[in-house]
Design a protein around this ligand. Structure first.
Ligand SMILES: [Zn+2]
Length: 403
């Protein structure tokens, strides 16, 4: 049985958080000097654990169990959002290190545990760069086009980091499964009191831009019934979302109107234009289709009543189901160690989305205190950090002995 060492797990997590420490959080965006330093530190830990370690030109660090032809791959990402938390990504990376290290120490598994630390999951330049490169879906054109919001280019960042290794490719003959752990980044586990969530699917995402046209007039002199106000119909649309979406989806469906604006945007001018961005997420494409159709119907009804609204789908990402067999293995593991668990859809994207295209993939979440994430307030109780790693180790052990 793989037995992890809780003190070592926690001290490595805290040591990693020193790279780019910002107050109680971490600022370690992909390809920054501190990001590369942290990756070298992780590579050193992999080596000390006895793994054959390499870092490719993107900064993805891979530690292969030596002398085996098959392995369970475990990891996540160590880059953060600006002024982010200390656990987003780092937790899953250190779980991979600890489980691989404990497996090496015990040396009684029929196959290996490989550890991985992907680059730029957060998308400073290119979201999930490391995991996409590993499954071979990054081409030269995508690399050349990738830029940060400040305009700096990915290819310059790669050159600046001075890394040259060939990207490591996933090997379906070797890698029998990919396991990723992450903090929940939401409040549900804290609310239920369960120690882990077993992820059944990573939600699909659709984004729509909804535009309304009207006519600018003096807001003090043009009678209300003689205006063509672009904003009012859009506010009605917003109420439709708030009132009707709950019945269109289910408890896992998420939606958000994240931005609404009117032009020209003056107190004394009737809005000549207005726009909002709508996003909705679900694990089922049929639910997303139903919501999208309802949105289009609602806009048609508003237009029939005199509005001039158009909509455009600006993003469409399909849901990614996680492997059922691996979800069952996580459940078996949680039960074996006596921790409460529940099944959950991940509303956020993860590297697991890309690995799942090639090999059986599964994820677990541990509770986030107050549900906080992508902020320096992000935190998880030590006992919950340890519990998640115990479940991960047990699941890896079960999978490794099944082969
Ligand atoms: Zn993350």
């Amino acid at each position: 049985m793989i037995e992890i060492k809780p003190d070592r797990l926690l001290s490595d997590l805290r040591a990693l958080a020193k790279f780019g420490q910002y107050k109680t959080g971490v600022d370690r965006i992909a390809f920054s000097a501190l990001d590369i330093e942290a990756r070298k530190w992780i590579a050193q830990r992999y080596k000390e654990a006895g793994l054959d370690t390499s870092m490719d030109r993107y900064g993805t660090v891979y530690g292969a169990a030596p002398g085996v032809s098959k392995a369970v791959l475990i990891g996540s990402h160590s880059d953060t959002v600006p002024r982010g938390g200390w656990l987003d990504g780092a937790l899953g990376v250190i779980y991979g290190l600890e489980v691989a290290r404990a497996a090496q120490e015990q040396g009684d598994l029929p196959i290996g545990i490989d550890a991985i630390n992907f680059q730029d999951e957060e998308g400073t330049y290119l979201p999930c760069l490391g995991s996409r490169a590993m499954i071979g879906t990054i081409d030269d054109a995508a690399l050349a086009a990738a830029k940060a919001t400040d305009g700096s280019k990915l290819i310059d960042a790669i050159a600046g980091a001075g890394l040259t290794g060939e990207p490591r490719r996933l090997d379906p003959a070797r890698h029998i499964a990919f396991l990723e752990s992450h903090i929940e980044q939401g409040p549900r586990l804290e609310h239920s009191g369960n120690k882990v969530a077993i992820i059944t699917s990573i939600a699909g995402i659709r984004r729509m831009q909804v535009l309304s046209e009207g006519r600018a007039d003096h807001a003090g002199t043009t009678p209300v019934d003689m205006r063509s106000d672009a904003l009012t119909p859009l506010l009605r649309f917003g109420l439709f979302v708030a009132d009707r979406f709950p019945a269109l989806g289910n408890t896992e469906t998420m939606w958000n109107i994240g931005r609404i604006e009117a032009t020209p945007g003056a107190a004394n001018v009737v809005p000549s234009g207005a726009r909002l961005t709508l996003e909705f997420r679900d694990s089922d494409d049929a639910v997303l289709d139903r919501i999208e159709a309802a949105v289009i119907d609602a806009i048609a009804a508003l237009n029939k009543a005199g509005a001039h609204i158009t909509s455009e789908l600006t993003a469409k990402i399909s849901p990614t189901p996680m492997d059922n067999g691996i979800a069952d293995t996580f459940e078996q593991a949680a039960r074996a160690v006596g921790y409460g668990y529940e099944r959950m859809v991940s509303g956020a994207g993860h590297d697991a989305m890309f690995l799942a295209r090639k090999i059986p993939t599964g994820m677990i979440f541990v509770p986030s205190i107050g549900g906080r994430s992508h902020d320096i307030a992000e935190n998880t109780k030590d006992e919950d950090i340890v519990a998640g790693c115990v479940v991960m180790a047990r699941a890896a052990d079960i999978l490794a002995r099944k082969v």
